[in-house]
Structure formats: C-alpha cells, structure tokens
Design a protein around this ligand. Sequence first.
Ligand SMILES: [Zn+2]
Length: 463
Amino acid sequence: MSKTLIRNGHVVGQTTATCDVLIEDGRIVAVGPALAAGNAQIIEAAGMLVAPGFVDTHRHLWQTSIRGVAADWSLVDYIRNIRLGYATAYTPEDVYIATYVGALEAIDAGITSLGDFCHIIRSPEHAEAARQALIDSGLRARLYYGFYNIPDEKPVFADHAARLAHARDFRRAFGTSTDLISMGVALTEFNLQPIERTTAEVHLARDLDLDITMHMGTLSTPDGVSRLREAGLLGPRMLHVHCNASTDAELAQIAGSGGKVSITPETEMQMGMGFPITNRALKAELRPTFGIDIVSDCSGDMFAQMRLALQTARAIDNQVVLDTGKMPVSIGLTVANAYRFATLDGAAAMGFDGLVGAIAPGLRADIILMKIEGVHHLPKTPDPIATIVLQARPGDVDTVLVDGVVRKRAGKLVNVDFAAIGCRAQTSADHLAEAARDAAAHTGATATASVYAAGVAKMTGTN
Ligand SMILES: [Zn+2]
C-alpha cells in the first residue's frame, strides 16, 4: 500500500490553523491535525494552502499547438480560420503533442480534472493520439469523442455512420466514466447536420454508457435545448456548454432534465457569444461550472476564468440596481461561490461527485498545494478562498497530486522532458502555421466547408 501524508498545511475549509491529509493508494483516508505518519511519504505543507484541484469542464486540448492565434478573433473568425483552416492540417502527432502539453499546462496551474472536447478526430489514429497523450500526462480527463466532419478533401471516415462505428470500437479502450481516463461523446453542432444524426449520436452515447457534452445555445444554435427536448433527447449526463442564447425557460429545462452547464467566460465575452450565464443558471437552479475552452485564445488556468465569471456576474447584478438610479448596497455572489463552481460543482457536472472536488475522507486525492509567498501576497489576505480566487496566480501552485500521484512538486512538473516536448510542440506549431496559410484554398470546395459557410452567413446576417 502506498501512503502519503501532506503535513501541517492550511486545508481550505478546515477550521484548525494547520492540518494533515493522509492518503492511501490514491484515496484520502483522514483529514485532521497531527495524523500518525507511519511509513508514509511526507509532503511538508507548512505555510501553504491545501485545496482540491480545479475542474475544467470544457477545453479543446488539441488547440494547444496554435496557442494565441485567436487573440483578436470573433467566433466567425474562429470558424473560418480554425475549423476550416488549421483543423484540416492536424496529424496524429499534432494532436498528441497539443493534448499532452495542454494537459501538463492544466496540471501545472492546479487543474486536476478536465473535459477534453476532442473534435479533431480525422482518423482512428487521431483519436488514439489524444487518448495516449491524456494517459501519459497523468491528468484526470474525459475524452469527449467528437463526430465533427473536418472539411478534408479525402476524408478517412466515409460518412457519419463510419464515425459512429469507430466511436463504438474506440469505446473498448476505456472502462467506466469514473476511471482516471474516461470516454464521453461530444455532439456535432445542431446547425451542421439534420436532427436524425444528432439522435444517432445521443443514442450511441447512451447505448455505450457514456456522458454527453455539446456546444449549446450560441447564435449558431440558439434553440438547441428546445430542439433536443422536442426530439426526446434531453436528459441527464448531458453537459451543455455556453448556453448564452438559451432562454431562461430552456435553462430550467436543462435543470429539470438533470443536465449540467459549463461556462467559458473569456471566449464567450471575446468572441461575441453573449454574457456568461452564471446569474441566470443559478436562478434556474443549475450550478455554474467553468471551462477554459481554448488556449488558441486565452490562458490555460482557472484563476482567470473564476475572476472573469465572478466579476461579470456581479456587474450584471449590480446593473439591475444601477438602472433604477441607485447604487447597490451589497454584493450577491461571493468568492466562495466562484470557488465552488470551479471545484465541487465542476466535479458534479462531469459525474465526479463523490469522487473529487473536495478534501474529505473517501474522495480520490486530487489535491493542490499553493505557496502564499511573494510580494503579491504581502500582507496575507485573511480569507484563504479570497486569496485563491482573487489574488493567486498559476505560479503559486507548488505541488499537485492527481489520484494520489505527485505530478508537480516544489513548483516543477515531475518527470517531464521539457527540451523534448518543447521541440515537438514548436515543430507542430510551425507545420500547422504553414499548412493553415493555404488551407482555405484546399477546403473551400468541400461539402463540409459549404455547410460551415452557410452557418456563418446565417449567424452574421449575410445570407
Ligand atoms: Zn468549445
């Protein structure tokens, strides 16, 4: 049996000033002061905050290789340049190194669980590359298998049915939905295909006992919830991402169906999807959760998303009062709310409730230690959760355990060959940049590109 004792830390949520966490075979077995160490590996946490790892409920890890290209892009730019451009050049090696580096970036920033919306599956080898990279990273991750048609001139999958058949085969490489690496299904956007195909994707997921996620309620599919409901497909184990254009009634329908939501504040506000639904979700009795979405646009840490979401939600609430000609007297949403959205509620959205998202006996040991040092922590904030949500940075994450395994220690990722992965990531980025330059010329005539183009024209009112 492997034993680890995290000693003398300030465990967030515990009232004692210092506290220990005892881990056996990846599971938290005790939390309290002065626990007996026995022959346990000791991790000294004096002066540090000990907290559950963050849960990123929506990210496309494959876009790590094109970091920052979307810095000034709208959603329309994004569709034209990434879906119709870069995506058509991805090799399995590009998928592997992007997924691997992106997963390490998540761990480095204290994210221990992540939903990887993988819609770059141009061939079975692309899917396997993503799976292997997630395994190699050590992250707790769900690979949501996307059926999206990349606009290839010579597609490997002959048609939608061939993609479904491959997903069924691929399922055999995974166990249950609570394993460290699990499989899910990412539905194709509803404006890109007839509802019969969406129905086939949902039925396949349910037949294979897989969780489902999808881009929902953006201008491309504003009535997506209603479409799912009318087709008899709305149900539990569905993670609806964005939902900016979904109505309050549709949000209530998601809640009523047992579904969950993921909010990606930074991309939603930049790319013209609308305000994040944090406030509206709470009114509909949905628990907000957060996703980073794409590092082709923004940074890969949860700190930025927590702050953006919290302050935007506060601004929306405050504006209601301001519109009456008065100043708000108090603030509704708290840092504790935002922290819970990024941890416990995120875990529940992925079906990981009772597994991770908190530090308590019986849960798996997905734990981060944060060093509260440096001039940006002088003098110390009295509330540790306020420190994490509003003051901390990814560089403050000193130690990360995923499933009890130490993946970062003393500020450095463990067992990572930085020179080798740096070289592979740069080679991939260079190749993709070159390929994307003339991708539009290659893909403009494909049927899939035409479907996308029609969607863009509809969204922008230029059709
Ligand atoms: Zn997305």
